[in-house]
Design a protein around this ligand. Structure first.
Ligand SMILES: *Cc1c(COP(=O)(O)O)cnc(C)c1O
Length: 500
């Protein structure tokens, strides 16, 4: 496809915004005005619309395709939330207005949203207080790990290590390490935490255990109560990675279960699209004894009903983000929660879990399912049997693209060989799930009988099988480099499947 600059015909501009240009001339000092017009492509409005619509169709998106990517939770985000986030009363606020003397009256609505959202998240998770500052899940983990460190320091505890099971998300150990802890890994057993393995490493130096629950295999921890008791005994804290909260909303308040710190991913559970680098939001909730260590500022409600930002917390870990986190994401989460209400959120979790188990049962005859028991919002299958015949998880994933489905997550989590991690989400209809099953079964039959039909996929996509190592190591992300590479590629035969 040509770039929009290559499509440009000099002298055929669609719209030229002269008016703002003139206004800028009146308002700005001469040295700030550009000397010549920007080098924009010249096309009619219709050609611009066609160009970008065609571009958007080169990609997979949830608006057109089933998207069973695992470890990602919700994919479809209701469109009305974008409308809420674009309300000018919010978008026109200057981020400093909340701190300006006399401007507080204009920010009351925004502060109310933040305050009320924190209360709602407390209700959903059973925590005492929240901060909305962290910009993503991993940033929330870092915030949580720093709060844990600050708490132990204040107590005079000599705590140096954080335990992470191998079924935890990879960001858990890295966040603990960045916060200054030594990370100790423990092996899971039957896909969940093994209390015996935990007992081996748990000691007085343990600051916390970080648990992803449901874990990256989509399994809930059976030994939760025992684990909580073991940690309490050593004065160690329990961290809950709540990125998978959409599996248990309304079913379990993690604070009541004994967790001390939790992060949520608003961009995975509460209505903001994710991927492609954000924006995200990873609010952190804490139990009562950890509230003094939360980042500043904190939103406070006064007795007369007004809100203000409180910076006076001497034990706080300080600032974790400029201003107040990603306010727009918080706003969408607030609207999403209010729109669904208590019953609606419970139904989200029930549907997410039901859809995953439906697929698991439908596929257990054709794919190996290493931990084949009732799962939560996702499950992990393995293509080890197919791999013996030369068809690997990556081949199945590529073949699904030709069938019009996005691929599941593959080769993650690392503890399952040739894995396909399937997460259908709460929004998909039974008909869509059935179609996915039929298409996957068809691919697996072909894998059995004509493996080369699968290892050559995809054949209908804008780009065929890529050399994935090269794509990551030797990136060409500007159009001229990509074009050069395309041309070179066209002169060479496609790489064999094994190179991928
Ligand atoms: C996505 C995810 C994270 C990291 O969240 P980001 O917002 O991507 O930083 C952490 N834990 C789990 C279980 C996740 O799925």
């Amino acid at each position: 496809m040509k770039t929009i600059f290559e499509t440009s015909i000099p002298g055929r501009p669609g719209v030229w915004p002269d008016e703002p240009h003139k206004r800028a001339q009146d308002m700005l000092p001469a040295e700030l005005l550009r000397g010549k017009k920007p080098d924009l492509p010249e096309l009619s409005e219709l050609d611009v619309v066609r160009h970008f619509t065609a571009l958007s169709r080169l990609n997979f998106g949830v608006d057109t395709h089933f998207y069973p990517l695992g470890s990602c939770t919700m994919k479809y985000n209701p469109k009305h939330l974008e409308h809420v986030a674009a309300l000018p009363g919010f978008t026109d606020l200057h981020p400093l207005a909340a701190q300006l003397k006399g401007a507080g009256q204009y920010t009351q609505g925004a502060l109310e949203v933040m305050y009320e959202l924190e209360r709602l998240l407390c209700e959903i998770t059973g925590m005492a207080a929240y901060t909305l500052h962290p910009m993503a899940g991993a940033h929330g983990e870092l915030t949580g790990a720093m709060i844990i460190a600050a708490y132990h320091k204040k107590q005079g505890n000599q705590k140096t290590k954080v335990i992470c099971p191998d079924s935890a998300h990879g960001t858990n150990p890295s966040s603990a390490a960045i916060a200054g802890f030594d990370v100790v890994n423990i092996e899971s057993r039957d896909g969940i935490i093994d209390p015996a393995a935990l007992a081996e490493v748990l000691d007085d130096e343990t600051a916390a255990l970080m648990m992803t629950c449901p874990n990256t295999l989509g399994l809930f921890e059976d030994h939760l109560q025992e684990i909580v008791a073991m940690l309490r005994e050593k004065d160690a804290l329990l961290y809950y990675d709540g990125a998978n909260m959409n599996a248990i909303m309304g079913k379990l308040k993690v604070g009541d279960a004994g967790f001390d710190v939790v992060h949520l991913n608003l961009h995975k559970t509460f209505g903001t699209p994710h991927g492609a680098g954000g924006p995200g939001s990873g609010p952190v909730g804490v139990c009562e004894k950890l509230t003094p260590f939360l980042p500043i500022s904190r939103v406070v409600k006064l007795e007369d009903g007004r809100y203000f930002l409180d910076y006076n917390h001497p034990d706080s870990i300080g600032y974790m983000a400029p201003f107040y986190g990603n306010f727009g994401v918080a706003l969408k989460a607030y609207a999403y929660i209010l729109r669904l209400g208590r019953e609606g959120l419970i139904r989200v979790s029930e549907h997410a879990v039901l859809a995953a188990n439906y697929l698991r049962k439908k596929l257990e005859h054709v794919l190996e399912i290493p931990f084949n028991r009732v799962c939560m919002h996702e499950f992990v299958a393995s293509a080890v049997q197919q791999a013996e015949k030369g068809v690997r998880a990556v081949d199945i994933a590529k073949a699904l693209l030709d069938k019009g489905h996005h691929a599941p997550t593959i080769y993650f989590p690392l503890i399952v060989k040739e894995c396909l991690m399937v997460e259908p989400t709460e929004t998909e209809s039974r008909e869509t799930l059935d179609l996915f099953v039929d298409d996957l079964v068809d691919i697996l039959e072909r894998a059995d009988n004509y493996p080369e039909a699968v290892t050559g996929a995809p054949i209908t996509m804008p780009v065929g099988r890529l050399d994935e190592t090269k794509a990551a190591r030797d990136m060409a992300v500007t159009w001229d480099l990509a074009r050069e590479l395309d041309e070179k590629q066209a002169q060479k035969p496609a790489p064999a499947a094994d190179d991928a």
